[in-house]
Design a protein around this ligand. Structure first.
Ligand SMILES: [Zn+2]
Length: 188
């Protein structure tokens, strides 16, 4: 069996699948907004529920906003800003006492759609998530492009193209710039 989680800005979704990829159990709960320790605890509790249902130990794969810095392992660029600067993967491995695989949520989504989803017949895939933030990923011939900073395909913190005068300088963004696409185009 396989256990996976989507850590979002408003909810955490936990999924248990069999080897064929069929869904056995899906649990959703609100994300404890702005509270890093409570977020760790929520993931821990959900993982425990999946294991109880599966009646065995399960490794965990998790999609997160932002990504760990390849240099330091600390999270950055997450619109759930309480994650930024934290060693999320390390903390989860310590808490769950097992290896945890972690990747950017938009990259997970893009790879999934490119392999056996809506874009499985395309060579080059740009996957877009518009949720709490505005994320993206790029897949070429079934392989994710990561880039040196692991942010390939992220388009939410570019300026809004062709702004009208009244849209300048644009709303303040958590990334400390103004008028990012994400401040116009995300769920909030
Ligand atoms: Zn921004």
């Amino acid at each position: 069996m396989l256990a996976g989680m989507d850590l979002g800005g408003s909810k955490i979704e936990a999924l248990l699948m069999d080897q064929e990829g069929d869904e056995l159990l899906c649990i959703r709960q609100p994300t404890p907004t702005g509270d890093y320790d409570a977020t760790l605890q929520a993931i821990h509790n959900l993982h425990h529920e999946l294991e109880s249902h599966a009646d065995r130990q399960l490794k965990l794969g998790i999609g997160t906003p932002g990504s760990p810095s390849p240099e330091t392992g600390l999270m950055r660029n997450a619109n759930s800003t309480c994650l930024n600067g934290q060693p999320l993967q390390q903390d989860l491995e310590q808490l769950l006492e097992r290896p945890v695989r972690m990747a950017n949520d938009a990259d997970c989504f893009t790879l999934s759609e490119a392999v056996d989803g809506a874009a499985s017949d395309a060579d080059i895939v740009f996957g877009v998530i518009i949720g709490t933030g505005t994320g993206g990923g790029i897949c070429v011939h079934g392989q994710l492009l990561l880039g040196p900073n692991a942010i390939t395909g992220e388009w939410g913190h570019n300026p809004l193209p062709w702004p009208r005068p009244e849209e300048l300088p644009g709303p303040a963004c958590y990334c400390e710039k103004h008028g990012c696409i994400e401040t116009f185009l995300s769920g909030p």
